[in-house]
Design a protein around this ligand. Structure first.
Ligand code: ADP
Length: 522
């Protein structure tokens, strides 16, 4: 017999009472309690741990700020943890599932209005449920000359991704940086508009970020002290020209020189976008599967990888960047870039049209001009029943750091029988390393191995001075524990803020390793 997951310390009777009150607020059709039929989509199909650790007791879908305020009254009364999501596509980091079983998922997908698009000043104001596809289609239908900057899979929320400090691939790739203006509902129901928006007659709410006084937006991102209900996001005006390019490099060791070359070019904005160094398997997974080249156990050997690289005409590393601007400017910039990359023996150059029928190039070319897609999911076919959790450390943009991270991850992954599937994005000052730990979730032994491997990766990187910017639910406490300077002063501060703004501890307990007092040990 299965038992209903319930919020800690609530009897089934109290839970049913609370659900009754929520049904009065939202109507029965927006309160979901059926574990099998309705709550299946709030599970994390990619976790390395048992399903039962992250099962919601219910999910609710308010449509307005007023409804959220009423829901909060019930949550405070019964001390029910609410796990806020926007579109819940946060796969690899937990998806729509809550940190602990029994929470109620506060699903904001029905708050999906595009409130404003300002063509002249280049911004949009959106609610949580607006996906990249929604915003893109909206702009296309109106012949807008504004671009969006989607995360790799386009079905996620513009607001949700920004709130997780997500990244995209156009020059507007740092999503939190492009946020301007925010509305939050606090745990006690207070609605706050931040920055210039807090001045009633403001005409710069989405133009100037900082207002007057402390800048608080960051407090509500990767956090659990408020529910974000609206954000402004800057949109890039379509440039007069766009030329995506790809440069392939034949050897694993080329990563060193490639990073040394690309880093300063990015810093000086000759590479204006979050250019990407894509590893062999990540690149290949758009067109092939592991099985085609290797049927053995464990990580794919170099001989098979080399054959795959040769067949697909791709490199051990594949650099994607783009030129934006008037053609003469692009021509000039390209001369500098080409000369720089040519200094690496074996570098091969490709522009649009040079790789007809290559879905990987096509996908990157779209991504760097803000066209959302779902191509990235091809990686999941690399092994059968593929699930993944993502390891995402940050480092300086140097060849030494890139090689250090790459070899550390590759060797650890291979030791545990997993392939290295990684890419590096070059941010404004930092290298954003993403390693996809792809595993077969139908194989329990492999799940355990993946879990252990991930923990080791965190330990390795902490010892080497690299921190992770975001992690899966199961590893939030562990990663939070690595930010421990001065006797854990930062997390102590987070806990003081949490206790002040959410004394009942109802908002997303445990998010990013921040727990309310009643759930903290010690
Ligand atoms: P996406 O679908 O874009 O991946 P999600 O909706 O899954 O984004 O949100 C990712 C994470 O961000 C959630 O797990 C939650 O912790 C946080 N989050 C999402 N929406 C909000 C919000 N409106 N307010 C506060 N935190 C949020």
């Amino acid at each position: 017999m299965t038992t209903k997951p319930l919020p800690d310390s609530l009897s089934l009777e109290q839970f049913n009472q609370a659900i009754g009150e929520l049904r009065e607020i939202l109507g029965p059709e927006r309160v979901y309690t059926d574990d099998v039929n309705e709550l299946r989509s709030y599970r994390d199909v990619y976790s390395t741990t048992a399903d039962k650790l992250h099962l919601p007791s219910a999910a609710i879908a308010p449509e307005s700020v007023e409804e959220i305020q009423k829901v909060l009254v019930v949550a405070r009364k019964y001390v029910i943890p609410l796990w806020t999501i926007s579109t819940g596509k946060n796969l690899a980091y937990g998806g729509a599932a809550p940190r602990k079983s029994g929470y109620i998922v506060l699903d904001l997908k029905r708050m999906n209005r595009i409130i404003e698009v300002n063509e002249k000043y280049g911004y949009a104001v959106v609610e949580p449920g607006v996906s990249y596809f929604d915003l893109y289609n909206y702009l296309q239908e109106r012949n807008s000359k504004l671009w969006i900057d989607p995360a790799a899979p386009g079905w996620g929320s513009v607001l949700g991704n920004m709130s997780e400090h997500g990244a995209g691939y156009t020059p507007y790739g740092d999503h939190l940086l492009m946020n301007c203006g925010m509305q939050v509902v606090l745990a006690d129901g207070t609605v706050v508009d931040t920055g210039m928006g807090s001045s009633a007659e403001s005409n710069t709410a989405n133009l100037y970020k900082y207002g007057h006084g402390p800048w608080v937006e960051g407090l509500f991102t990767q956090s659990n002290v408020g529910i974000i209900t609206k954000i402004g996001i800057w949109l890039m005006p379509e440039p007069p020209g766009y030329r995506p390019y790809m440069v392939t490099f034949p050897k694993e060791e080329d990563l060193f020189q490639l990073t040394e070359i690309a880093g300063p070019l990015r810093l000086n904005m000759l590479i204006p976008n979050a250019a990407t160094i894509v590893g062999l398997i990540w690149e290949a997974s758009a067109t092939t599967t592991k099985n085609q080249y290797y049927q053995g156990k464990g990580a794919m050997p170099m001989s098979a990888r080399q054959k795959m690289a040769d067949d697909l005409k791709i490199g051990m590393w594949n650099f994607y960047g783009a030129l934006y601007g008037p053609p003469p400017m692009m021509d000039n910039n390209w001369k500098i870039l080409e000369e720089a990359f040519r200094s690496i023996p074996g570098a091969k150059f490709y522009f649009e049209g040079d790789r007809p029928g290559d879905p990987a190039f096509d996908y990157r070319a779209k991504l760097m001009r803000g066209v959302p897609s779902m191509t990235e999911f091809g990686i999941m076919n690399w092994v059968g029943s593929g699930a993944h959790i993502d390891f995402a450390p940050r480092s300086p943009v140097t060849g030494e750091d890139a090689m250090h991270q790459f070899t550390m991850i590759r060797d650890r992954a291979n030791e545990y029988g997993f392939d290295y599937i990684g890419e590096f994005l070059i941010g404004f000052r930092e290298l954003l390393d993403v390693f996809m730990l792809v595993f077969d979730r139908t194989d329990e032994e492999e799940m355990v191995r993946a879990h252990e491997c991930f923990g080791k990766l965190i330990d390795d990187h902490t010892a080497a001075g690299y921190g992770e910017y975001r992690t899966h639910l199961d590893f939030m406490d562990k990663v939070a524990g690595t930010y421990d300077w001065n006797d854990g002063a930062l997390w102590k501060l987070h806990h003081r803020i949490k206790d002040t703004l959410d004394p009942d501890g109802i908002l997303s307990p445990g998010k990013q390793g921040i727990w309310p007092k009643r759930m903290r040990q010690g």
